[in-house]
Ligand binder design. Structure first.
Ligand code: GLN
Length: 273
């Protein structure tokens, strides 16, 4: 071991992380000390953490709803607040539901839904970013969910139209002007495409809402996450798309989930030729 290698002890590491502004210094120190590798590896990880790299990229995983999810550099790190989107999706979805996740990133949501829904038929997870697709494939292999590359519904087989009980997506919703205000960990290290939702933050969600009625089964739900200030605008977007909107809020987690329900009786009879 080289004499310059630092730090080696738990207390010294906690102090260094705290000084660098890490709020959960004890927890981070414990996780970093548990990484396989010698003192050089640890010193390198600590230097990178102190310089601002997200802990999850250094560890290679993030905890989400009790699951350990692999995350690759640049791929959106699953946030604790997105647990509300998961519980909202479970609450509106019956047994043996057909489920698709769009904008899947690491695939964290599908991985948890595979465990929480009763007899789910998780048909696919989709992302436009090849790095996210590769990462999601690793996270979803164990639960048997295929991961497709493409924009929103584009890569899905046409035969699934009108048949999905649940479409879930944590799409990008940060207004472009607010990108500069994100924590540096997100702004500097995560793919901007996973966060930037255009001028009012709803550009991708608007396209998603507009297309969803063609894919949802009667009574099926679109479930997404939005920022709290976007609720009224997105409620109108869902209504205009012909979906029945509702909102679930968790103040403690600063989380907002919105659902759009496809009416049971859809005018136009999608199953007719
Ligand atoms: N900054 C938001 C968050 O942390 C971004 C999420 C998103 O755009 N999907 O939840």
């Amino acid at each position: 071991m080289g004499a310059s290698v630092f730090p080696v002890g738990y207390d010294a590491l906690v102090a260094r992380l705290r000084q660098a502004g890490c709020v959960w210094a004890e927890e981070e120190a414990r996780l970093l000390l548990a990484v396989d590798g010698g003192p050089e590896t640890l010193a390198d990880l600590v230097d990178r953490r102190v310089a601002g790299e997200p802990l999850e990229y250094l560890l290679g995983w993030a905890e989400f709803c009790g699951e350990r999810i692999e995350v690759d550099p640049g791929v959106f790190v699953p946030r604790a607040r997105t647990a509300l989107l998961v519980s909202t999706a479970v609450a509106v979805t019956g047994p043996a539901a057909t489920v698709v996740e769009l904008c899947c990133g690491s695939g964290a949501i599908s991985r948890v839904l595979a465990r929480r829904l009763a007899a789910p038929r998780l048909l696919a997870a989709v992302d436009v970013d090849p790095a996210a697709v590769a990462c999601a494939r690793r996270n979803l292999a164990a639960v048997g969910v295929p991961v497709l590359a493409g924009d929103l519904f584009d890569p899905l087989p046409a035969a699934w139209r009108g048949r999905l009980d649940l479409v879930v997506a944590n799409a990008p919703y940060v207004p472009t002007v607010a990108m500069a205000l994100l924590p540096p960990e997100a702004r500097r290290y995560e793919s901007a495409a996973a966060l930037d939702g255009g001028s009012d933050g709803l550009a991708v969600l608007r396209r998603l809402a507009a297309a969803a009625p063609q894919w949802l089964a009667p009574g099926g739900h679109l479930v997404v996450e939005v920022g709290q200030t976007q609720v009224e605008r997105f409620r109108a977007v869902l209504s205009e798309a012909g979906l029945v909107p509702s909102v679930v809020r968790d103040d403690a987690a600063d989380a907002t989930a919105m659902t759009g329900r496809c009416p049971d009786d859809v005018a136009g009879g999608r199953y007719e030729n």
